[in-house]
Design a protein around this ligand. Structure first.
Ligand SMILES: [Zn+2]
Length: 83
């Protein structure tokens, strides 16, 4: 059972299980890249355990928080026509 070690980041309070499985306090399981994009990059604290770029790997656009869904132009257009 060597691959089921769980580390807890003392700065972010997020659990990292094994190599690349991040358990957020809420929401689905993520990756180190997602954790970094959402939390650790803002912590800027040397005690954060998720600062190793090699372990984090490439960070994709979708790893960042997405903007809240807004009304698309099509929806707005339909509302205008309805009123
Ligand atoms: Zn962290």
């Amino acid at each position: 059972m060597s691959n089921c070690n769980v580390e807890v980041c003392p700065v972010c309070g997020v659990k990292i299980e094994g190599e690349d499985k991040v358990l957020f306090s809420c929401g689905p399981v993520g990756t180190r890249a997602r954790l970094w994009a959402r939390v650790c990059q803002y912590a800027k604290n040397p005690d954060c355990i998720n600062q190793n770029k090699e372990a984090i790997g490439p960070i994709r656009e979708k790893d960042f928080y997405s903007e809240p869904p807004s009304l698309s132009p099509t929806v707005k257009e339909k509302q205008r026509q309805a009123s």
